[in-house]
Design a binder for this molecule. Structure first.
Ligand code: NAD
Ligand code: DAU
Length: 339
């Protein structure tokens, strides 16, 4: 198998590539990535010399970007992925997430190859009670979520109209190594390590459903190998938590690892203005992928969080390079203070 992975220099895509190369000794990966602020080849240093891996620096919106590449399936991770940035400026979200996905669908149609679209539970909007199933209506609330829902609709249309062999996954919030520091978990770990305030939006009672990145990637892999074309698969760990609980857990664990005073660390909590249109609760029902494809999450949350904190402690060079330059400007715009 030769897999074309888009967005493989980002958080989830890079972890996916590493997983596939480890798991399947005869598989080859081509990684197509534009290297936006979120893409980082440092993340792939350990595998870049593998003769089963190659890299194309390019934009998924470019019609000719894959002209010289051969592959059997596209695993599509590339996206603009951060909700707060989509509130500041939605333009790149529409370009990459909608038009870029359309371009890849056209390429897949012309080549008649399998297309696995990596989507998100945010397309379902916010749910007060119960769980998102694959049949829940799409009710996106942020420009990011709307761009992903639009791409999901395009994928659906290519299945119906062109009989494309496409499948779709919708996963909950991921955490783990190599996540860009703008997202809640790495942002708060890094601020805690630096003794800086951690900005909790609103009342801190918004609920997210957290999954370890490798569990997500194993689910994507199960869909690739065992999924049915045309189907949608929700992915989640049945692990709902209010943000403030996560924040306290992170601060307590960082304090313990650094031998610092727990109460001083908890004093870094800073309630700030809420995110516009902030979805109150996400909660995924993963029964379909569990029963039909035999996938199950394997990582205990507390153990996964401890490993993740350990990873950010041991890989400070990685995130120190990442949080320079563009990110510092973004931080100032988003939080009104210097990083
Ligand atoms: P990320 O922001 O860490 O990485 C995105 C990658 O896509 C980067 O390497 C970037 O350079 C690349 N990219 C962006 N625009 C591109 C373009 N036009 N052409 C080529 N490459 C481009 O994102 P992530 O958190 O790894 O998310 C990956 C996918 O998973 C996204 O589609 C996202 O919607 C989805 N998802 C993420 C989560 C989560 O919790 N992070 C949960 C569910 C689904
Ligand atoms: O649910 C899947 C989605 O999870 C993915 O599709 C997105 O790509 C991914 O970014 C993530 O979206 P969220 O908006 O849920 O993740 P984020 O880490 O930005 O925020 C998690 C929660 O923490 C959310 O309720 C907002 C809150 N938060 C976030 C930041 C960055 C804060 O309170 N303060 C912050 O500074």
């Amino acid at each position: 198998m030769k897999l074309l992975v888009t967005g493989g220099a980002g958080f989830i895509g890079s972890n996916y590539i590493r997983h596939v190369l480890d798991e399947y000794p005869d598989y080859h990966i081509i990684n197509l990535d534009k290297l936006t602020y979120a893409g980082n080849l440092e993340t792939l240093r350990d595998i870049e010399s593998s003769d089963r891996y190659s890299f194309i620096k390019g934009d998924i919106c470019d019609k000719n970007v894959l002209d010289n590449a051969e592959f059997d399936a596209i695993i599509h991770f590339a996206a603009e992925s951060h909700v707060d940035r989509s509130i500041l400026d939605a333009t790149p979200f529409l370009q990459t997430n909608v038009l870029g996905t359309y371009n890849l669908l056209e390429i897949a149609r012309q080549r008649d190859c399998t297309f696995l679209h990596v989507s998100t539970d945010e397309v379902y909007g916010s749910i007060e009670e119960g769980l998102f199933t694959e049949g829940s209506p799409l009710m996106p609330n942020s420009p990011y979520a709307a761009s992903k829902a639009s791409s999901d609709m395009l994928v659906r249309s290519y299945v119906e109209t062109h009989k494309l062999k496409a499948m779709m996954t919708r996963c909950s919030n991921n955490y783990g190594p190599y996540q860009f520091p703008e997202k809640l978990i790495p942002l708060f770990i890094i601020n805690a390590l630096n003794g800086k305030p951690v900005p909790v939006y609103g009342d801190g009672m918004n609920v997210r459903d957290w999954i370890y990145v490798l569990d997500h990637n194993k689910a994507v892999d199960a869909v690739l190998h065992k999924g049915t074309p045309g189907e949608v698969y929700n992915i989640g760990s049945r692990n709902e938590r209010p943000n403030i609980d996560i924040v306290k857990l992170l601060l307590e664990k960082v304090a313990a690892k650094l031998g610092r005073d727990k109460d001083e660390m908890l004093g870094l909590i800073n309630y700030v203005e809420d995110r516009k249109g902030h979805d109150r609760r996400y909660a995924i029902d993963p029964s379909k992928i569990e029963s039909r494809l035999g996938w199950k999450p394997e990582t205990d949350f507390e153990a996964g969080i401890s490993e993740t904190i350990e990873w950010y402690l041991s890989n400070q060079e990685w995130w120190k390079r990442v949080i320079s330059g563009e990110y510092m400007e973004y931080y100032k715009t988003q939080y009104g203070e210097d990083l």
